[in-house]
Design a protein around this ligand. Structure first.
Ligand SMILES: Nc1ncnc2c1ncn2[C@@H]1O[C@H](COP(=O)(O)OP(=O)(O)OP(=O)(O)O)[C@@H](O)[C@H]1O
Ligand SMILES: [Mg+2]
Length: 242
């Protein structure tokens, strides 16, 4: 079953940028990464999937429901590029807020929050306000929220940014565990080495154009690393557009 279907999507911002005729789909239970240089259009595509902005042409289906239908966001968790929240909320308070919004029953919520705080290694920050946390600690609070409620599709925009090596490893373990539980993960990222090891599939976007979408095994059959494949593809594209 396809969790995400992107069909002939185009989106233009003034004269400077456009996503051009993007199509691909993603099956349930996979870890997928959308890769691309700064400004390639990764966050734009995620905003379109979440109906935060609207396409000029094409269709996006999430769980077979059009993205402009709010039912498409049932069971979807999203952490933006720079997670933040009201500074006077504590870590516990943020997760309680998200859980209540997701309709988690009160008696189930506390154990879910306790477990999420432990998995992100921020149990000792549970009563600390965001205003008194470092940026990596705030990022961990945001990431803990994906473990609250029953999320089938988890969309993460640059989730590793700001994390230390321990945080990166914790997050990778969480992503692998979510996959084992049958969840689908859509990750925007720049970190090619990590993505090579973590993902089932990748897509490469450059200047609003999709250059590749396929399994990591296909990439590694062509080149010795995802890093080599990525740079060759982007260089070819840049040469071609000169
Ligand atoms: N609201 C906007 N109005 C005009 N241009 C925009 C707007 N939002 C983004 N852009 C432009 O669209 C392009 C794609 O931006 P986007 O944020 O999707 O890139 P990205 O691939 O997520 O980059 P990064 O890796 O830096 O996060 C960029 O050139 C950006 O300047
Ligand atoms: Mg981005």
């Amino acid at each position: 079953m396809h969790v995400i279907q992107i069909e002939n999507i185009s989106k233009t911002y003034g004269e400077h940028f456009s996503l051009r005729n993007i199509s691909f789909s993603l099956e349930k239970g996979k870890i997928f990464s959308l890769l691309g240089p700064n400004g390639a259009g990764k966050t734009t595509l995620v905003k379109l999937m979440l109906n935060l902005i609207h396409q000029d042409a094409g269709n996006i289906l999430i769980n077979n429901t059009e993205a402009n239908n709010k039912k498409s966001r049932l069971g979807v968790a999203f952490i933006p590029e720079k997670f933040n929240f009201f500074p006077f909320y504590t870590a516990y308070g943020v997760l309680e807020f998200f859980g209540t919004m997701k309709g988690v029953q009160a008696d189930l919520l506390k154990p879910q929050i306790d477990s999420a705080l432990k998995m992100l290694n921020i149990d000792e920050l549970r009563n600390r306000k965001l205003s008194k946390m470092s940026k990596g600690q705030i990022q961990r609070v945001g990431l803990a929220s994906i473990l609250i409620g029953d999320n089938d599709l988890i969309i993460l925009d640059e989730p590793f940014s700001g994390l230390d090596p321990i945080g990166m490893r914790d997050l990778k373990d969480i992503i692998k565990k979510l996959k084992e539980d049958g969840k689908t993960l859509f990750i925007n990222s720049h970190i090619l080495l990590e993505m090579e090891h973590l993902c089932d599939e990748v897509a490469i976007l450059n200047r609003g154009e999709l250059l590749f979408k396929g399994p990591v095994s296909e990439v590694l059959a062509k080149e010795k690393s995802l890093d080599d494949f990525f740079h060759k593809l982007i260089n070819q594209d840049e040469q071609g557009s000169k």
